[in-house]
Design a protein around this ligand. Structure first.
Ligand SMILES: C[S@@+](CC[C@H](N)C(=O)[O-])C[C@H]1O[C@@H](n2cnc3c(N)ncnc32)[C@H](O)[C@@H]1O
Length: 177
């Protein structure tokens, strides 16, 4: 992937991934962020919008990043919509870098998922200690979501949640086919 390639970070937040890519000399790096409060930091290169309805033309980007964002997508239909949109706006052979939390086997999370299942009907959705509602992913569900991509790498890693809890996560590199 050359430095002239158009890159998109979906759920760019305060711009951590954008800064990382710019430091590595990628010149055309854009963000798509649903929370307008983050836009002040990168006003010229971040578009306010939702990943599941991405306001970009088909086959616009050479690579798309989605780091820590899938946990915000609770419903199956929204998750499918997000991956369909990523596929649509990626160029042929374009790359997707996606990382997200996985369903964790520790007691704290298992209890949270059980409560969440009663409330929201899906195991993996839970209310965090700070009151946010998130969804940790099942690996089989993730593979199904990515069925329009070639998986290039799938790395399971220990992650720390925003509430400083340990949970496992996955870092996926995939290519549009
Ligand atoms: C945990 S933060 C990760 C930020 C950044 N990717 C990073 O790794 O530093 C998740 C971000 O996704 C954004 N987000 C949540 N739902 C979104 C959606 N439907 N479309 C675009 N962004 C979304 C949130 O507002 C938040 O800024």
């Amino acid at each position: 992937m050359g430095p002239g390639e158009l890159l998109l970070d979906i759920g760019s937040g305060y711009g951590r991934v954008l800064a990382y890519l710019r430091e590595r000399d990628f010149k055309h790096v854009f963000g798509l962020e649903s929370d307008f409060r983050y836009l002040e930091k990168n006003p010229l290169s971040v578009v306010c919008g939702r990943g599941e309805q991405a306001p970009f033309k088909d086959e616009s980007f050479g690579a798309i990043f989605s780091i820590g964002v899938l946990s915000y997508f609770l419903e199956d239909s929204k998750r499918t919509q997000l991956l369909n949109e990523i596929h649509r706006i990626l160029k042929s052979q374009g790359l997707l870098f996606l990382s997200c939390f996985l369903i964790s086997g520790d007691e704290y999370h298992q209890n949270k998922y059980r409560e969440g299942q009663k409330e929201y009907g899906t195991y993996g959705i839970f209310e965090s200690d700070s009151g946010g509602i998130f969804r940790h992913s099942d690996e089989d569900e993730l593979r199904a979501l990515l069925n329009n991509f070639h998986i290039l790498s799938w790395k399971i890693r220990p992650f720390t949640t925003m509430n400083k809890r340990k949970a496992s996560g996955v870092i996926i590199e995939a290519q549009k086919h």
